[in-house]
Design a protein around this ligand. Structure first.
Ligand code: PEP
Length: 252
């Protein structure tokens, strides 16, 4: 059995004070969750979040990590910096990083390797753009992103990661993949992972869906056999909505 994981990606939202308010509202709403609950907050909110989340069932995540231990990388954040603040998870390869900040499959791979070396759980994002989908390239794009992004990861390490399938056209747009579409594509991603590692390993890996998941559509998506949770952007900024998504995951 794969334990569902619901992770909020706050993106560039919330000051430290707003973080305290939102988490204080969220903690009691999800305290009995059976699924894994994570919030990936901006770097400047990590300290405030780590203080508030102590002793709760909500895990703390960041939204990126650099591949070097330390050094002349102005504006970047190292794994040790995150670990000291109690960070356990890190989103890597989000489509906004790929689209606006030059992230490539190769840099994703370097970050994943570093996160694993340091004991952080990478949430590795993959997914096709609208035009790639229209051209029938969805599986090919996912295969490329997985093959390069997860290159040189051992069979042991791969079992620690979470994959987030996030069709780019569904992120922040209000357009969601249908339950069946998302399930089918995630099934194919599992097949690709099965060939890269082994069928058994692929069966054990958690693969989230992400892209305009919200309080209304979460139940349907979560009921699908291949979908093991969600990476939630917009709806993770509202405690009530996020907790409804957590409850949807708890039902399966
Ligand atoms: C995301 O940022 O990973 C995401 C899925 O965003 P949204 O839920 O807003 O589409």
């Amino acid at each position: 059995m794969r334990k569902p994981i619901i992770a909020g990606n706050w993106k560039m939202n919330n000051t430290a004070q707003e973080t305290k308010n939102l988490l204080n509202e969220l903690i009691p709403l999800v305290k009995d969750a059976k699924c894994e609950v994570v919030v990936c907050v901006p770097y400047t909110d990590l300290y405030a979040a780590s203080e508030i989340l102590k002793g709760t069932n909500i895990g703390l995540g960041a939204q990126n990590v650099h591949w070097a231990d330390k050094g002349a990388y102005t504006g970047e954040i190292s794994a040790d910096m995150l670990l000291e603040l109690g960070v356990k998870y890190v989103i890597i390869g989000h489509s906004e990083r790929r689209q606006y900040f030059g992230e490539t499959d190769e840099t994703v791979n370097k970050r994943v390797i570093q996160a694993l070396k340091k004991g952080l759980i990478p949430i590795v994002c993959i997914g096709e753009t609208e035009s790639e989908r229209e051209n029938g390239l969805t599986d090919e794009v996912n295969r490329r992103q997985l093959t390069i992004g997860l290159k040189d990861i051992s069979a042991e390490d791969i079992q620690k990661i979470v994959i987030a399938y996030e069709p780019v056209w569904a992120i922040g747009t209000g357009k969601t993949a249908t339950d069946q579409d998302a399930d089918e594509t995630i099934g194919k991603i599992r097949e690709i992972l099965g060939k890269m590692f082994s069928k058994d390993i692929a069966q054990g890996l958690r693969i989230q869906y992400g892209g305009s998941m919200n309080a209304k559509n979460a139940q349907g998506l979560m009921s699908m056999p291949e979908i093991d949770g969600g990476l939630i952007g917009g709806a993770s900024l509202k405690a009530q909505d996020f907790s409804i998504i957590v409850k949807a995951a708890d039902n399966f």
